[in-house]
Design a protein around this ligand. Structure first.
Ligand code: SF4
Length: 202
């Protein structure tokens, strides 16, 4: 019987590796732009910097058609529940890049009205420093996210997102039990997390 020579005919890989390869090269960004960092994002998407090179050219303004949330600018406490709602509605699996110091830490707005970092209310995967970050820096952040996706176990991402959904359940319970608005419930959770030292509510 002739020997079967498979040489180049068969490629073996791990399921995680092939799925993550597809994920990292097909991100659909949703820009949540509230301030000047959003202008840099426009530059990043335009022909000179061409973010499409990374497979992320399908820009969407609907959370249900996006899996990469880019937060670009200052987020107030009143916007926090809106940001959470948008993240909750996005397609899974999903990722978040916090662009600029305002989104990442409140920046120079050390005030009662400004959220001191979006990671208190939504899970952030990559922080891009700067005020504003240049488009190159934002692209570098996206490449770091690609590296993270490549190395990630599928279950780890699932658990990561589930932790956020659990916090949404707690928020809704609080709204129902105490008659709070979404803003009041999130604010209350953020303050409580601050007192316990946890800082984040998800
Ligand atoms: S980080 Fe700087 S450039 Fe970006 S939104 Fe804040 S103030 Fe504007």
């Amino acid at each position: 019987m002739a020997e079967l020579n498979l040489d180049d005919a068969v490629v073996t890989t791990r399921l995680d590796a092939i799925i993550n390869w597809g994920r990292k090269n097909s991100m659909w960004p949703l820009p949540f732009g509230t301030a000047c960092c959003a202008i840099e994002f426009m530059s990043m998407m335009s022909s000179k910097y061409d973010f499409s090179r990374f497979g992320a050219e399908a820009l969407r303004f609907s959370p249900r058609q996006s899996d990469l949330l880019l937060v670009l600018g200052t987020i107030t406490n009143k916007q926090a529940p809106v940001l959470r709602q948008i993240y909750a509605q996005m397609a899974e699996p999903k990722w978040v890049i916090s662009v600029g110091v305002c989104a990442s830490s409140g920046g120079m707005y050390r005030t009662y009205a400004t959220l001191q970092g979006i990671d208190r209310v939504v899970p952030v995967d990559v922080y891009v420093p700067g005020c504003p970050p240049r488009p190159e820096t934002m692209i570098y952040g996206a490449m770091k996210l690609q590296e993270k996706i490549t190395a990630e176990a599928l279950k780890a991402r699932k658990d990561h997102i589930q932790a956020f959904y659990d916090s949404m359940d707690r928020q809704r319970d609080l709204e129902a039990e105490q008659g709070l608005t979404a803003h009041q419930a999130v604010r209350s959770m953020v303050l409580e997390a601050g007192q316990t030292g946890a800082q984040r509510i998800w």
